[in-house]
Design a protein around this ligand. Structure first.
Ligand code: HEM
Length: 257
């Protein structure tokens, strides 16, 4: 079933650019949304996400060989040897930042911080320990944890870009101290981002079942939507999380023999 694309309320130029890109990609690719499912990520978002992931890991693995050659020397043959990894690494990095910049524009509106996000953060202990079975009812398209990670990556990309240019041009252009400081900032940023990505991969696959398919097929079950993003579920379907939860419980107990 073809679906209409989600519209953001963000202002005109970015909105027009994103809308055009979403429509172009949607007509080249396909998103099938079955009965009982909702459209989560259109083709454009998925292509950007996996391009970001691909170049992130290429930059990471080629970077490891440069950062700790004695430990990660075995990575470098993948890129045609140590010398070639060193040459390729900045290009992978620039491609990563480029695709993430497009994704940042695409997700700017749903990533804006709200009062509901501040409440989510105050409630984080109950969410992490599983004391709260459902996400708070005012959790929208992305929760505060996802937003924090998104903004951390935005910050990381800015750091990579500035320090990466310094390292690329070298001490002759920027001086030894600037290059030394850039090395440290570049690597700290990579380690912080890597730590976050481990958590991200865990939550998007095993941690919150049903999430992974949103970036593969583009659709999620309604149950996933009211469990993890109830305010978004309500916005799209007009139905309440608690009502959907009670109905699902009644249905599952009436299905029991
Ligand atoms: C194999 C690795 C990866 C998997 C399995 C994965 C999976 C996913 C999935 C399923 C979503 C959708 C979440 C939702 O709709 O609520 C998502 C969103 C996202 N991904 Fe990934 N991803 C991976 C790698 C990456 C990398 C390398 C980056 C960036 C460096 C990244 C950045 C993001 C961001 C910013 C979001 C939106 C916010 C969030 O859900 O945290 N992902 N990812």
């Amino acid at each position: 079933m073809a679906t209409s694309l989600p519209r953001t309320g963000a202002s005109s130029a970015i909105d027009r650019f994103d809308d055009k890109a979403r429509h172009t990609f949607e007509s080249a690719g396909k998103t099938t949304v079955y009965r009982g499912e909702l459209l989560r990520h259109p083709v454009y978002t998925r292509v950007l996400h996996w391009s970001v992931a691909l170049f992130f890991f290429l930059a990471l693995f080629s970077g490891f060989g440069i950062y700790l050659p004695w430990l990660f020397r075995w990575f470098t043959p993948i890129f045609g040897g140590g010398q070639l990894s060193r040459i390729m690494h900045p290009y992978f990095g620039v491609a990563f930042v480029f695709f993430f910049a497009l994704q940042a524009l695409n997700w700017l509106q749903p990533m804006l911080w709200t009062d509901a996000d501040s409440r989510w953060i105050r409630n984080i202990k109950k969410i992490v320990t599983g004391e709260e079975k459902l996400e708070p009812p005012d959790t929208g398209f992305f929760n505060a944890g996802q937003k924090l990670q998104f903004w951390e990556i935005v910050g990381g990309c800015i750091v990579y870009l500035i320090t990466g240019i310094v390292l690329w041009a070298g001490a002759k252009t920027f001086g030894r101290i600037t290059v030394a400081v850039s090395y440290v900032l570049h690597d700290i940023s990579a380690l912080i981002m890597l730590g976050g990505i481990f958590v991200h991969i865990y939550l998007s696959t095993i941690g919150e079942p049903g999430t992974f398919q949103s970036m593969i097929r583009g659709a999620v079950s309604e149950a996933w939507a009211w469990t993890f993003h109830p305010a978004w579920y309500k916005q799209v379907t007009g139905r309440d999380q608690q009502q959907a939860y009670e109905e699902a419980r009644r249905q599952s107990s009436s299905n029991k023999p």
